[in-house]
Design a protein around this ligand. Structure first.
Ligand code: PCA
Length: 326
């Protein structure tokens, strides 16, 4: 009898063990940008860190290039639990809430240092807004400074009139409008084709995205404007997060901190590397002329006021906190 009990107990333990192993979770992580992009590389490293730290209890599998969900659908997919975790361009949601666009106010924060300060000022409010949307913020990494791409020489806003302009958020569409261009929203994953077919013929973006998408096949000029440094962020579905053990949460938070740090350095290093890459492939790369810069700064004043009006007291508090760090 005693022996039977032992055998039964033994198989119960065996069952529990295999059940425990079967409970290892796979977290599919949709990402919008190409596999070779530094954000995607950072996400892949983050995934490895979590697998290692949790003893493979949580296996994060990244899906770059919008292959699982397109950029515009990633937040909703994670909010509704179709995907447990994801990465998205934060300012892509600025039509939901102006606060999400704090990183795309022209000429507010134009260097990596200032972008880091602005993020520090914005993070508590951002965390709160995301929590109200069933999301837990894990980490955020900036893109390199934003400049203008064209297929001709451009010295002033007058030269931009009527140009078909690829936008990626409200701020970029508004900028196009102010300059008399024709904005069309296109995901980064689809821009090579858009430029090749003439659906778009210019954009504002980083050297990084131009390099990733080989835009030299269609475009000729990149003007360094340093208009702003938008951010990507990585977030988890809150129900999934609440169902994660304390120990695994700690591992994930540690890996997230590491990812933010490493990703931010990658962004800095990728800046010159990709500008050199654009040049090596025949593009003219250099600072925008004074006239163009001056005119863009005027748009910046208009857009800052518009943003402050939309973002209300919370928005003003973020900008004030950022300015106090200067
Ligand atoms: N690349 C992304 C967003 C900002 C950037 O530098 C894009 O163009 O979609």
């Amino acid at each position: 009898m005693k022996k039977l009990m032992t055998v039964m107990l033994g198989s119960a333990v065996g069952l529990a063990l295999s059940a425990g192993m079967a409970a290892a979770e796979k977290w599919d992580m949709p990402m919008a940008y190409s596999a070779t992009n530094f954000h995607s590389a950072t996400g892949a490293e983050f995934g490895k860190c979590v697998i290692k730290g949790t003893g493979a209890a949580i296996e994060i599998v990244t899906h770059p290039s919008g292959s699982l969900f397109k950029g515009a659908d990633i937040k909703r997919a994670v909010q509704t639990g179709q995907a447990p975790i994801g990465e998205r361009l934060l300012s892509g949601h600025q039509n939901e809430n102006a606060i999400f666009g704090v990183d795309s106010i022209p000429f507010l924060a134009t260097s990596f240092d200032d972008a880091a300060k602005l993020w520090k000022a914005a993070k508590p409010t951002m965390t709160k807004i995301l929590a109200e949307q069933n999301l837990v913020l894990l980490y955020s990494v900036p893109w390199p400074p934003q400049g203008l791409y064209f297929k001709k020489e451009v010295n002033s806003v007058a030269d931009m009139k009527g140009v078909k302009f690829r936008s990626y958020n409200n701020a970029t569409a508004r900028l196009a409008e102010l300059a008399g261009m024709l904005p069309v929203t296109i995901e980064a994953a689809e821009i090579s084709q858009a430029f090749a077919t003439g659906v778009a013929e210019s954009m504002i973006s980083s050297g990084s995205t131009g390099y990733d998408r080989k835009v030299w096949e269609s475009l000729t000029h990149f003007y360094e404007v340093d208009a702003w440094l938008p951010r990507n962020y990585v977030f988890v579905n809150k129900d999934v997060w609440d169902g994660t053990s304390g120990a695994n949460k700690n591992v994930i938070l540690g890996c997230a901190e590491l990812a933010e740090y490493a990703g931010s350095w990658r962004a800095v290093e990728y800046t010159q590397f990709t500008l050199n890459g654009l040049k090596a492939n025949g593009m003219k790369v250099g600072p925008a002329g004074d006239k163009l810069k001056g005119e863009l700064k005027e748009f910046g004043v208009i857009m800052t006021n518009e943003w402050l009006e939309k973002a209300g007291a919370d928005g003003k508090a973020i900008v004030d906190a950022y300015k106090a760090m200067q």
